[in-house]
Design a protein around this ligand. Structure first.
Ligand code: GDP
Ligand code: MN
Length: 376
């Protein structure tokens, strides 16, 4: 789950990160009022869940409250990579001497939370990563000891920070690491971490992604979810406990089990078709989930045929068959259904479908060929 910059900053502030004061606004007048409270120059920043806001014109300096109102009016409602700006963060402006990149990710290869840092921070870090990866230092945290002081010094030396900034840098890296662990992040990033013209470090941007699988441990963070992060279909799927990823083909796939779902997508492709989605209805799927799955799949107008591929185990074939039958009257539009059904209570499942005029098959390859034919 992604959260906004202003939310990430509020999570990080208690960890001692030097974050300039600021507040979020949803109208130009609110932005002006915040600017008046902060005094001096401010930055007005679009709050959207995508990067590259600066380059898209979503980050603007303002010298007076009136100017903050103007900049907020220009940024609010702006479209940044398909995301409408609903809120802006108005925050005290910093005078930048240097922009550094500082990030923490889980490196799956080394199986360590890894600190990454680069002296080439700022808006072009993606390009640095692509063209000059040697300019990004990586330090893996020990799973038991965490980030150690010598590692922080290593990073600071590689960044060529002046001696006086070694301790502050260490404190920032340690705070970021602690927050990463406490909140079960998959990413925590400060880009840029700046050295200001007074020679002090300041975190002027913050990005945090939370590990969805650990969200059950953070009830308070679940509320931070912005519906903009997901499409309507993805949200409905999540609420019904379905794993759903929309793709751009014409064949809707409704499968139990992630492995079988992937195999099904391969088979559809091999048979000359294009899957419209990945969808795992999960083990023990009940009728209501099947109904929701069909509704979600058919909401995609490109879908011309649907393939059910069910291997009955914990999920019983008769239960899925009943779900399909129950969904038929409320289908948003008529669409050919192909069903492959094998496993527990297979015969009963086939019979339930046959009574509704649907012939289920037992071979995956046959089902894939049939659905591709139906979609033509
Ligand atoms: P992003 O483009 O979405 O990563 O947004 P950032 O918050 O990182 O801002 C983009 C760029 O705007 C930064 O790299 C800075 O160059 C500039 N910027 C952001 N905040 C300030 C500020 O307080 N003062 C100045 N002078 N520039 C800023
Ligand atoms: Mn940034």
């Amino acid at each position: 789950m992604k959260i906004h910059e202003y939310q990430a900053k509020e999570l990080l502030r208690p960890y001692g990160l030097p974050i300039p004061p600021g507040e979020v606004a949803s109208t130009p007048d609110e932005a002006a009022a915040i600017a008046a409270r902060l005094e001096g120059q401010v930055v007005v920043k679009a709050q959207v869940l995508v990067g590259g806001r600066g380059k898209a014109g979503g980050v603007k300096l303002a010298d007076t409250p009136a100017e903050a109102r103007e900049k907020a009016a220009a940024i609010l409602g702006m479209d940044i990579k398909g995301n409408r700006v609903e809120q802006v963060l108005v925050t005290q402006a910093a005078d930048i001497a240097r922009e550094i990149y500082l990030g923490l990710v889980l490196d799956r290869t080394t199986r360590r939370v890894t600190l990454m840092a680069s002296s080439e921070g700022g808006v072009d870090i993606e390009e640095v990563a692509a063209t000059a990866p040697e300019k990004i230092i990586k330090v893996g945290a020990n799973p038991l000891l965490g980030l150690q002081d010598f590692q922080m010094r290593q990073a600071a030396f590689a960044l060529d920070l002046p001696g006086g900034l070694l301790r502050p840098f260490g404190a920032i890296a340690r705070g970021l690491y602690q927050a990463f662990m406490d909140y079960d992040c998959s990413l925590a990033e400060i880009n840029p971490l700046i050295v200001n013209t007074d020679g002090a470090l300041q975190a002027i941007d913050a990005k945090i992604n939370l590990d969805d699988n650990a969200l059950y441990r953070h009830a308070d963070l679940v509320e931070l979810r912005d519906p903009q992060e997901e499409t309507a279909a993805e949200r409905e799927a999540r609420e019904h406990g379905l794993s759903y990823v929309q793709l751009d083909g014409t064949i809707g796939c409704c499968v139990n089990g992630a492995g079988l779902a992937m195999a099904t997508m391969d088979l559809v492709q091999a048979a000359g078709g294009q899957p419209a989605n990945f969808l795992d209805i999960g083990g023990g799927a009940q009728s209501d989930r099947v109904i929701a799955a069909l509704r979600i799949i058919l909401a995609d107008e490109r879908v011309r045929a649907v393939l059910f591929n069910i291997f009955g185990g914990i999920t019983r074939c008769d239960e899925v068959a009943r779900g399909i039958v129950a969904a038929l009257p409320s289908l948003p539009r008529p669409v050919p259904l192909t069903v492959r059904l094998v496993g527990v209570n297979e015969a009963e499942g086939h019979q339930i479908l046959r009574a509704e005029g649907i012939t289920a098959v037992t071979s995956m390859a046959e089902a894939a060929r049939a659905v591709v034919e139906a979609a033509r």
